[in-house]
Design a protein around this ligand. Structure first.
Ligand code: M6R
Length: 357
């Protein structure tokens, strides 16, 4: 039930800190160690390459998952759009492992890939919010998200839950492979949960910001580098899907190769800057668009902030910043949609799960 909320989407945005805590609890044993089935651990340790298959927001979570798994577990990861992979399969490695990410577990494009890779004899794991769903039943193993039902068509808490579960899986694999770890994921996810809360507690700031950025605009751009580039792809999908503003997420460095031609007086450009190694260069990109009249908004993180930043996120582990930086993006999209009188939970032309290819 929606309770006092106007829309499920806001309720689900607000639930994210609780979902983080629930995941920590579910994936931890009595001695506070990570709890993942031994068979899943073995499959991960055996794989020479992981293929993440998903659609929409789950695909965007997969991009972040790739960054985390490669960094932490040291296994190469490819992320593929299910509908593309299904009919244009790339050359596979010798020991591939398929991870299907799907909130609903019912996405036909992903299932089509599962059917084909299973026929080829490859192992599969489904990361889903609905144990018992088609993808969960048909894959070899399931990692549940524990996010509770997601009703709004626009996915929010499933995205952050997917990243959290992939983080836990990555760390578990790293341990199984005898790697020395520099962080405790359960502790870091608890810090993330608190950071999310400080943002959802400041909704009026984002409501005002949405008005300033999107009131009279037909389009909007998001930019980022590294893992922030992955988050801006999710940010733009969210805005498009519920507010119908044409939006795109770009790699900051690509702007000068074409996209910057689209910048006019007042064009909103939202930048995410949470990564130290690209902090200077993304800020350079913001200056380039500001000099051409863009209405810029930089979202940075404590420790990397500058005076002009409109949002400074609480500090979290650098690999986990997407879990926090996405929250302002969800809130901005929500308010842009409300301010335009859109039906936030049921955007036009869309269904919650896409069960046709
Ligand atoms: O249930 P799934 O995660 O497989 O769904 C995939 C996409 O259809 C879904 O993420 C879609 O892009 C959302 N409406 C985005 O908010």
């Amino acid at each position: 039930e929606k309770g006092t909320y106007d829309y499920f989407m806001m309720k689900e945005i607000d639930e994210q800190p609780f979902v983080m805590r629930k995941i920590i609890q579910q994936y931890q044993d009595e001695s506070n160690n990570i709890k993942v089935e031994q068979v899943v651990r073995d499959e991960m340790a055996k794989a020479d390459r992981i293929y993440i298959i998903a659609a929409g927001t789950s695909y965007n979570a997969g991009l972040v998952g790739k960054q985390i798994i490669e960094n932490v577990a040291g296994i190469p990861v490819e992320v593929h759009i299910a509908s593309e992979f299904s009919y244009n399969m790339p050359l596979l490695s010798e020991k591939p492992l398929f991870i299907f990410i799907s909130q609903s577990g019912e996405t036909a494009d992903s299932r089509s890939v599962l059917v084909k890779t299973q026929a080829m004899g490859h192992p599969s794991i489904t990361v889903t919010n609905v144990p018992g769903s088609t993808l969960s039943r048909e894959a070899d193993y399931t990692l549940p998200l524990y996010a509770g039902p997601e009703i709004a068509v626009a996915s929010t808490k499933a995205y952050t839950a997917q990243i959290a579960v992939l983080t836990i899986l990555a760390v578990d694999t790293a341990k199984a492979k005898g790697k020395t770890l520099t962080f405790d994921p359960l502790q870091e996810l608890a810090i993330v949960a608190n950071a999310m809360e400080t943002l959802t507690d400041k909704k009026d700031v984002f409501e005002q910001m949405a008005l300033d950025l999107f009131k009279d605009t037909r389009n909007a751009f998001y930019i980022g580098r590294g893992v922030d580039y992955y988050v801006v792809q999710e940010a733009s999908l969210k805005l498009k899907e519920i507010s119908y503003i044409q939006a795109e997420g770009f790699a900051g460095g690509e702007l000068k190769h074409g996209t910057i031609a689209l910048i006019e007086e007042g064009t909103p450009v939202i930048a995410i800057a949470t990564q130290e190694n690209v902090n200077l260069s993304i800020r350079g990109n913001v200056q380039e668009v500001a000099a051409r009249g863009a209405n810029t908004c930089t979202v940075s993180m404590e420790g990397l902030e500058k005076d002009e930043d409109r949002v400074v996120l609480p500090h979290v582990h650098p690999l986990l910043t997407p879990l926090v930086s996405v929250v302002p993006m969800q809130l901005l999209a929500y308010y842009a949609a409300v301010q335009r009188g859109c039906d936030v939970d049921k955007p036009r032309n869309l269904a919650k799960s896409v069960t046709v290819e």
